[in-house]
Design a protein around this ligand. Structure first.
Ligand code: BEZ
Ligand code: FE
Length: 307
């Protein structure tokens, strides 16, 4: 037997004692004692504790654990530059929403956050205020979105960056239809004016199914769940000295608001897309008449910049 007592390299502490089912989490936790990063040690220790409790709770068999590992392997294998099956898994299990909600408490007047989702994969093209996101013009109801970015005290955030992206009338993002729609269609990066105001043209978002041709689709199927997201426009607002807000604008009166597959709907984010039937006003905005209008005031949190 090799004597390793003189080795100076990392060791696995055995202070937890021999492995037993009863003390399994405690024993593995003891092996983490050498983790110098306190936060990492805390996270790993808790993960081990909960994972072991889960195995005991359901009495997990070896075959079931192997099936779980196969599922996670396929989840990884499904990922590529435009497909993020792990984010999707986290989303449909509600983990993304829980992390998002705990990490961004919507105190006071702050606009609530929601999931970023797996389609914010490419940079949005910078567009001028008033431009249209819809270069493909392949259907959908014309619409105007307006808003103003302010802080908790009501002060406008001049020059805030407003990044928006949405699915098209067929329920797909540009990255899911390469060659069929212009690159970066239905995405835009706007710079709010001196009063924090922004406005742009687009089409009314439609509800759509999340991708179901992978392991997450099989999971939804096995659990009898539908795959649909409630109709929404993604909005991410950032500015120097402001905490970045990632959120959605949901369309009032559309399906799945009460059963969104990723649990992303918050009531405060549901807005009326009012019908405007005034040809003169429509012409002013470069829109056909009638069109729909949604207003989305956004309140963000100022953060200490540290200087
Ligand atoms: C999305 O809204 O883009 C999305 C969010 C979660 C899962 C799939 C899609
Ligand atoms: Fe989306």
């Amino acid at each position: 037997m090799t004597d390793r007592s003189q080795d100076s390299g990392p060791t696995t502490p055995t202070a937890g004692g021999p492995f037993t089912a009863e003390r399994s989490a405690e024993i593995v936790a003891a092996s983490l004692a050498g983790t110098t990063d306190d936060r990492l040690r805390r996270i790993l220790t808790s993960l081990v504790r909960h994972a072991h409790a889960f195995v005991k709770d359901v009495g997990l068999t070896s075959d079931e654990w192997a099936a779980g590992i196969r599922f996670l392997t396929e989840t990884g294998q499904k990922c590529d530059a435009t497909r993020q099956e792990f984010i999707l898994l986290s989303d449909v299990l509600g983990v993304s929403m829980l992390v998002e909600t705990l990490d961004n408490p919507a105190e006071g007047r702050l606009t609530e956050s929601t999931v970023e989702g797996p389609f914010h994969l490419v940079d949005s093209p910078p567009r001028a205020l008033g431009d249209s996101l819809d270069e493909a013009a392949q259907g959908g109801e014309p619409c105007l979105v307006t808003g103003q970015v302010t802080d908790e005290g009501g002060t406008p955030v001049a020059g805030a960056r407003v990044d928006v992206w949405q699915a098209d009338a067929t329920g797909h993002y540009d990255v899911q239809r390469p060659g069929e729609v212009p690159d970066r269609n239905l995405r835009g990066l706007f710079t709010a004016d001196a009063d924090g105001r922004f406005w742009f043209r687009t089409v009314v978002p439609s509800s759509y199914p999340v991708p179901v041709d992978g392991p997450v689709g099989r999971l939804l199927d096995a659990t009898g769940r539908h795959p649909h997201r409630a109709a929404h426009l993604h909005v991410q607002v950032s500015a120097p000295g402001v905490r970045t807000l990632t959120t959605h604008l949901f369309v009032e009166g559309t399906p799945y608001l009460d059963s969104d597959v990723v649990f992303g709907v918050k009531e405060s984010l549901v807005r009326t897309f009012a019908r405007v039937d005034d040809p003169a006003v429509a012409a002013e905005h470069g829109l056909p008449s009638p069109y729909r209008h949604a207003d989305f005031p956004v309140t963000v949190r100022r953060e200490a910049t540290g200087d």
